[in-house]
Write a protein that binds this ligand. Structure first.
Ligand code: SF4
Length: 419
């Protein structure tokens, strides 16, 4: 186990409301009326107030100290200042939110109202993540994004004027009509904007999204025929790694790049398997169990159920096999890699020994490198990360007693849908 339950808590708040639905998106988000958003915020506040009692029902330990809060979506920048204030007040009332807590709000460029911008620093929001995807307007428009590259740059400038420098830009490789040259335009623009953090995702189109269905059945409406192929997308990803690293925005995780000291503290909790509480529709949590077994929680993904009955979390215990798999899966995502000695402390030397043939195969394939006793993905390994992770599935010998002491991660977190 990475910690004994004494870690500070990360809180994820889901705001599944958008102004328009992107063609590739199949998240549990949608375009809903303002009255539903108002009711949603009330429900969130109720969830926050009952969180400690709920945690007791789930037999979990809910740390009171919070040092990261992340508003994800959806489009949390659609919240009115009063709504954001109400959520944060409820959190500060029920938890002890650190003075230097990292508080992130995901924003859609061009949808950051003056009133909200003005309220952000007062409310303690100190980090903004922009869903830019592309600085090339035709590419953004082709998937239903409503903003232009110029609006993104204007919003970045507005945030800096308001005193918020900690800004992330999300870029998406694989959009319809994207080319190597147009991808470079987006990369150059992201670098030139001076933001300290960039996330790069490779588009994996969900079959149930509108774009995905068109890719399967044909058609012109969502530009399915203009989606780059896998090899082109892989080249875009490699170009991003090269370009961002050269610009001093160093890769620290498969999809994430930052200038030194600007890494996302909230996302680090997921990769380091530290506890977090997800609130709202379709939110996921991982908390330590009172019996030593971690618990993974998943809230309903139905807005009507959430509004009428609350989150209705489903709780699942994380077993040893799943713990070990996630230790590999999450540890290898980070450029810092995974120390085998730490794994041995957590799972026992015998369990780690059982993983060594899979590790050796990955090293032999050029996907993983060993630096002292730390296993790290190579550049090639990051491209084939799914194949690498598959090698570490089901390796825990079931007859070996291993203390069940690690955290788990909930598949379904926004950043887990990539790569
Ligand atoms: S991709 Fe993001 S902004 Fe677009 S519809 Fe999905 S949740 Fe909303």
């Amino acid at each position: 186990m990475r910690d004994n339950g004494s870690s500070m808590l990360g809180v994820y708040i889901s705001i599944p409301f958008c102004r328009a639905k992107c063609s590739y998106c199949n998240f549990a988000s949608g375009v809903f009326g303002g009255d539903r958003l108002e009711r949603y915020v009330e429900r969130l506040a109720e969830e926050i107030h009952s969180a400690q009692a709920q945690a007791a029902d789930w037999q979990t330990i809910l740390p009171k100290q919070v040092d990261t809060i992340y508003f994800g979506g959806g489009t949390p920048s659609l919240l009115h200042p009063e709504q954001l204030r109400n959520i944060l007040c409820a959190l500060r009332e029920k938890f002890s939110v650190a003075r230097d807590a990292e508080i992130t709000l995901e924003c859609a460029p061009g949808q950051l109202a003056d009133a909200l911008l003005e309220a952000l620093p007062q409310l303690g929001v100190n980090r903004i993540s922009f869903g830019v995807q592309s600085f090339v307007d035709a590419e953004a428009a082709a998937v239903g994004r409503l903003h232009t590259g110029a609006q993104t740059l204007t919003d970045i400038a507005r945030l800096r004027t308001a005193g918020i420098e900690n800004i992330n830009v999300d870029l998406l490789a694989g959009l319809p009509h994207q080319t190597e040259a147009s991808w470079q335009v987006s990369l150059d623009q992201a670098i030139a904007s001076g933001v300290p953090h960039v996330s790069v995702y490779m588009l994996e189109v969900d079959e149930d999204s509108r774009l995905g269905r068109e890719m399967l059945t044909g058609g012109q409406r969502y530009h399915a025929s203009a989606v780059p192929d896998d090899a082109e997308i892989a080249d875009m990803y490699l170009a991003a790694c090269e370009g961002l690293n050269a610009a001093g925005i160093a890769q620290y995780e498969i999809s994430n790049f930052a200038r030194q000291g600007w890494e996302s503290r909230h996302n680090e909790k997921y990769w380091l398997r530290q506890p977090y509480l997800g609130l709202g529709m379709d939110a996921h949590s991982m908390l330590h169990g009172k019996d030593g077994h971690p618990r993974r929680l998943a809230a309903t993904d139905d807005l009507t159920i959430f509004l009428e009955q609350g989150a209705r979390h489903k709780s699942t215990m994380v077993d040893v096999d799943a713990s070990l798999e996630e230790a590999w899966f999450l540890g290898l995502r980070r450029n810092a890699g995974l120390r085998l000695a730490a794994l041995e402390v957590e799972f026992g030397a015998e369990v780690v020994a059982a993983c060594r043939p899979a590790l050796a195969a990955c090293v032999g394939a050029g996907w993983v490198e060993m630096v002292d006793d730390t296993a790290r993905l190579t550049a090639q390994g990051r491209l084939f990360s799914n194949e690498v992770f598959e090698r570490f599935l089901g390796l825990a010998p079931c007859n070996i007693h291993t203390p069940v002491t690690k955290d788990s991660h909930s598949v379904g977190d926004p950043f887990f849908s990539v790569l």
